[in-house]
Design a binder for this molecule. Structure first.
Ligand code: IPM
Ligand code: MN
Length: 346
């Protein structure tokens, strides 16, 4: 038998509500010989207001011991923008070297897409997670004057690009269509853009079965709306990936369904799974939040831990539930969570 040590960071707003439902699905999915050992961590706006802390080193050390982390949502309008994002969420992604930010998009049958002709949407964005403009390499000069200058330098290393590109090729190779698209903006961002493209082409020689193409990010947004079915796996930098995956969520049922994994493929650090949506303070506590994205994030967690069959059971449960959602009428967060867990249990 095996014990899964799971650190849970419910966070703010609806984070607490949706992680509770994610855990129900996880409990229902786990094999009988696997014991779930969860520890809750009080991090987010509440802790910051009480203590001024975002992520103390002692907590980071404890989290490091976990097999995986399940995160709800971070952020609250009462906390200045950037404090929790940089001090907690990005700190975790950087400290645990989550260089593969995995964001699948699938249009489940029965889900209304805002697109008139969505086609068969089933792609995954491999967003680089530890570099690009997210590294905090910037500064301000002449602050507060009319001549203020701000820089936010995008950091791109051959090492960092190659490892995420390689991961994306591996994922493309394992999928039926075996297609990989690089998204960047190398007609303008020539330094970073060409480094990405050169590495993409070089690594591609090791994957002769994977077909590839390249799109500038602006063109990629057009295709994502006019013909999203063309995409299979997309690999892109941290900021382009952030923007593109919100669009990807919007065309495939909304952020209520969008799951993500912040993955450290080497296993040197725990990977972290979280819905793409935020803390939605406007609906927190009303039972209106859709826990499906959190539940699908649990499926990504299971897949990462090598429990592919259990992950499939969650996907099947979500597909079956979604197929009869309009017939089911309005349900609360926990009613949806219970229905999903029940289907997972079988
Ligand atoms: C996301 C979020 C984060 C990001 C923010 C909250 C730091 O938008 O997970 O997509 O930009 O990565
Ligand atoms: Mn985002």
């Amino acid at each position: 038998s095996r014990t899964l040590r799971l650190a849970v960071i419910p966070g703010d707003g609806i984070g607490r509500e949706v992680t509770a439902e994610g855990l129900k699905a996880l409990n229902a999915a786990l094999p009988a010989d696997t014991k779930l050992d969860t520890v809750d961590y009080d991090l987010g706006a509440g802790r910051w207001h009480r203590t001024g802390e975002t992520l103390p080193d002692s907590v980071l050390e404890e989290l490091r011991q976990a097999d995986a982390i399940l995160l709800g949502a971070i952020g609250d309008p009462t906390v200045p923008s950037g404090v929790l994002e940089r001090g907690l969420l990005l700190k975790l992604r950087f400290a645990f070297d989550h260089h593969v930010n995995l964001r699948p998009s699938r249009l489940y049958p029965g889900v209304a897409s805002p697109l008139a002709a969505p086609g068969d949407i089933d792609f995954v964005v491999v967003r680089e997670g530890t570099e690009g403009p997210y590294v905090g390499n910037g500064g301000s000069l002449r602050t507060g004057t009319p001549h203020e200058v701000a820089t936010e330098v995008s950091l791109n290393t051959a090492f960092g690009i190659e490892r995420v590109v390689r991961d994306a090729y591996r994922r493309a190779q394992a999928r039926p269509r075996k297609h990989l698209t690089l998204v960047h903006k190398n007609n303008v961002l020539v330094h970073a853009g060409h480094l990405w493209k050169n590495i993409f082409d070089r690594v591609g020689q090791e994957y002769p079965e994977v077909t590839t193409d390249y799109l500038h990010v602006d063109a990629a947004t057009i295709f994502m709306v006019t013909n999203p079915a063309r995409f299979d796996v997309i690999v892109t930098d941290n900021l382009f990936g952030d923007i593109l995956t919100d669009l990807a969520a919007a065309i495939s049922g909304g952020i209520g369904l969008a799951a993500s994994g912040n993955i450290n493929p080497s296993g040197d650090f725990p990977s972290m799974f979280e819905p793409v949506h935020g803390s939605a303070p406007d609906i927190a506590g009303t039972g209106k939040a859709d826990p499906t994205a959190a539940v699908l994030s649990v499926a990504l967690l299971l897949e990462h831990l090598g429990l592919a069959e259990q992950a499939t059971r969650i996907h099947d449960a979500v597909a079956a539930d979604i197929a009869q959602r309009s017939a089911a009428g309005p349900r609360t967060t926990s009613q949806i969570g219970d229905a999903l867990a029940e289907r997972v249990a079988g």
